[in-house]
Design a protein around this ligand. Structure first.
Ligand code: DX5
Ligand code: ZN
Length: 233
């Protein structure tokens, strides 16, 4: 039995959120991995969907999201790296996604897709590849719940953070104001998290920095510590 998703972003507490990316977890023990990061205090579970066309890699689809849905009550934040995101929206909603983030480079009409996600009761996220300038989303940036600034080229985990993205994070925070989440994804570890938060990000996606760490709870705690330092509290 699947459950329909709900927009998690407005309901989640303020402050910086930590979203472990399951792409880096041990797929043979997904339920255990989710339990471990949940116990460690993860706010959101990030699921990366790749179609082998929009990005040169394959990952998971709605069937996986439905299985993950049964393992956790944490919101499921589904990042779709596919050529035709509109085609899959209902299927991910039915599988139990709470929020879907799609690439602006792939969306025919982003505003139609944002409206559709909201009609379904889901959070709507818009994603920018590193080469996509912030200005591309200026016309509708305040209609989304989340803007995801890719800090690596999408498609693979474990890549090096691109510091050139920091001005874009700043520009997007200025564009959306305080009411929209700004998420960063790719090469996020305590030092890079600190820089992104100082630039205005408030949702940290982290794959290898959490799942490859000897102690996942410590890794989540270190990201939170970095967030507190960056906000000067
Ligand atoms: C990359 C994915 C990321 C990836 C991040 O295309 O969107 O979510 O899992 O992995 P790390 O944190 O290892 O760079
Ligand atoms: Zn992602």
């Amino acid at each position: 039995m699947t459950q329909r998703g709900q927009n998690p972003w407005p309901a989640l507490p303020g402050g910086v959120l930590v979203a472990p990316s399951l792409l880096a977890c041990d797929f043979a023990h997904v339920a255990d991995e989710i339990a471990a990061v949940t116990a460690a205090g993860a706010d959101v579970i990030h699921v990366d969907v790749m179609d082998g066309h929009f990005v040169p890699n394959l990952s998971v689809g709605p069937g996986f999201v439905a299985k993950v849905r049964r393992c956790t009550t944490r919101p499921l934040d589904v990042h779709v790296m596919v050529t035709d995101p509109a085609y899959y929206v209902e299927r991910f909603a039915e599988a139990g996604a709470d929020s879907i983030s799609f690439h602006v480079e792939a969306a025919g009409n982003p505003q139609v897709l944002i409206a559709r996600l909201h009609e379904l009761g889901l959070g709507a996220g818009i994603v920018l590849r590193p080469a996509t300038p912030a200005a591309v989303i200026a016309g509708f940036a305040r209609q989304v719940d989340l803007v995801l600034v890719m800090t690596v080229e999408p498609g693979f985990g474990g890549q090096a953070f691109e510091p050139d993205m920091l001005p874009k994070i700043r520009a997007i925070r200025e564009m959306v104001g305080p009411g929209v989440r700004v998420q960063v994804d790719g090469g996020i570890a305590p030092d890079t998290a600190r820089q992104c938060i100082q630039a205005g990000a408030d949702v940290l996606v982290a794959g290898h920095a959490i799942f490859d760490a000897p102690d996942e709870a410590l890794a989540v705690a270190q990201l939170r510590q970095a967030a507190q330092e960056a906000r000067g509290s």
